[in-house]
Design a protein around this ligand. Sequence first.
Ligand SMILES: [Zn+2]
Length: 312
Amino acid sequence: MASRRYTILIADRTSGVVRRVTISAGPAVAVACAIVTLPVLIGTGAAWKAKSEAAALYSSNQSLEAENSNYRGATAALSEQIHSLQTVVADLGARSALDPALARAVEKLPAFVKNRAMGGSAPATASVAQQSAYASTLSALASPDDTFGLLRNVLEGLQSRLHDVRYMVERRNALAAATPSIWPAHGWLTSRMGSRLDPVSGGDDFHAGLDIAGEKGQPIYATAAGRVSQAGYQGGYGNLVVVDHGFGLETKYGHLSSFTVKPGQGVKRGDVIGRLGATGGATGYNLHYEVRANGRLLNPLQLLTQQKPRAQ
Ligand SMILES: [Zn+2]
C-alpha cells in the first residue's frame, strides 16, 4: 500500500508566486517527532550531567569530612596530652614550693649528701641544637599529618622531661624532710660544737654537738623525718636515741631520762622521741645533740631554721 502524500503550499503575497512541496507521511512524522523530542533530550542530558556532578561533589565532601574528623580526633588527643601536661606542671608548682629557711638549711648540707639525694645523674635536657632542629622540621612540614605527628613527639618529649623533673622535686622534698632543721628541745644552749675545756680534766676537749639545758622529763623532738636506728644506753651518751634520716644523715640525742620510740620506728620532724635527762656523762639535766653526714660531724646550728631554742 502506498503511503499517503501531503502537499504544503507556500504563497508569496507580494509576487503572487505559489510554491508547492509534496511530502509523504513517514518523514513528516519523523521531522515533527524530532522537533518535539529534541528539547526533552537536551534537558535529560543536562539533568544527567548535573546529577553526576552532584555525586562527585558529594563524594569529595565525604572524604573532606572524614579528613576533618581525623584532624578533630588528632586535635582532641593533643589537647588531652596538653591538659595532662598542665596538670603535671601545676602539681610540680605546688610541690616545688619549699619554705625558704628550710631551703637554706638544705643548701648547707655537704655536697655529697645533696648528690646522693639527687641520684647524681640529672636527666638530659633537649639540647639547643635539638630544639632548633625541631623548629626547622616543623616549618618544613607541609602535611598537617606530619605536623600533628611532630607535635605529638614534642609533647611526649616534654612529658617525659616533666616526669624527670617531678622525680627530682620529689627527691629534693625528701631531702628537705630529712634535713635536721628544728631545735630538738626547748631550753638554753649551754655548749656549742667545737673545742672547749673539759669540765672534769681541765684539758682541751672537742664537743661533738650542742648541749641544751632544760628540766627533767621535757620532750625531745626528732629534728627531721627518719627511722629510729637505736634507742638504748651507750657509754657517755647515756640513754641515746639515734635517728637515721637517709642520704647518709643521722642525728643523736643523748643523756635522755626515757625513750618514747623503739628501734625501727619511723618518725616525722617534731615527733617526741624521748624525755630530757642526765644519764651517761651528763653534768646536769641537758640534751646532747649531734648531726652527722656519713659519720662526719656537721654543725647543727648551721642547719637550724629558727634562731634560738624556746625556753619552755
Ligand atoms: Zn654534749
